[in-house]
Each structure stands twice: as C-alpha cells, then as structure tokens.
Design a protein around this ligand. Structure first.
Ligand code: HEM
Length: 116
C-alpha cells in the first residue's frame, strides 16, 4: 500500500512568494525517483497558514531511498543554501524561505479515482 509523506512548512508572510518561486524553479528530479507516485505544493487558504508539500510513494523504503539520494540533496539546493536565492532568481532573500519544517507520515487506507 502507498504511503503519503507531507512536509509541513512554516513560511513567514514576506517569504511566501519566494517559496513558491523556488518550487516553480525546482530541480524536477523527484519525478525520476523509484516508487514516486506524485507531489503537490499546497498553498494555505483557511485553517492553517502552513504550506504542505504532499508526496505519495509506493512504499516507505522508496521514500527513505529518495531522502538519502543525491536527487533529494540537489532538489533542495535552493532551500539549503544562500546561493539558490541569490543566483537562482536574483531577488535577494538569502537563506531558507521556510522558518520551520515538520514531516507527517500516513499509510493510504482507501482511495478512489474518477471513472473513465
Ligand atoms: C528541512 C526540510 C525541508 C525544507 C525546508 C524544504 C523546502 C523545500 C524547497 C524550498 C524546495 C524548492 C526547491 C529548492 O529548494 O531547490 C523543495 C523541494 C522539494 N521538496 Fe522539500 N523541503 C524539506 C524537506 C522535504 C521533505 C522531507 C520532503 C518529502 C515529504 C520534501 C519534498 C519536496 C519535493 C518533492 C521537492 C521538489 C524536488 C524536485 O523537484 O526534485 N521536502 N523543498
């Protein structure tokens, strides 16, 4: 059964645009990861002010392998260093856009897709 891993990001208001810009310019490497089933960046509207990075994986092992991979490190180059912000898009704001991150883990129990 698939697993869902959600990275919950606390993003100060002035950094929200920068965070979205970084994701828009993301490495696009996760698509190649074994067992990757999908990802969504979710912008908060009501009930929370934290961004969710929703990811789904074939198994726990596939997710763990990805987090230990070079692709994960490369996919987080902007988040990890001042360089990403400075070089990537030239809008200043060095350093991480998020001030905090928390990982939530779930097992998919039931699922449905639209017919046809
Ligand atoms: C300290 C923890 C983390 C922070 C602050 C963070 C933040 C970010 C940021 C700003 C990006 C945009 C790309 C870049 O920075 O180069 C990114 C990419 C991404 N993050 Fe995270 N992240 C963290 C950990 C995680 C974890 C644990 C997951 C899995 C649930 C995750 C899932 C993703 C995915 C799927 C991408 C796109 C990578 C690609 O395109 O290959 N992140 N993250």
């Amino acid at each position: 059964m698939s697993v869902v891993k959600i990275n919950v990001l606390t993003v100060p208001e002035p950094m929200r645009e920068e965070l979205e810009r970084r994701f828009a310019g993301r490495a696009g490497l996760v698509e190649e990861a074994d067992g990757f089933e999908g990802f969504e960046l979710l912008r908060p509207v009501e009930g929370t002010d934290r961004y969710l990075v929703y990811t789904r994986w074939r198994s726990e092992e596939d997710f763990q392998r990805w987090t230990e991979s070079r692709a994960f490190a490369e996919g987080h180059a902007q988040a990890a260093s001042e360089r990403g912000a400075a070089e990537g898009h030239g809008h200043g704001h060095g350093g991480p856009a998020a001030s905090g991150a928390e990982l939530w883990s779930f097992e998919v129990v039931e699922q449905a897709e639209p017919k046809g």
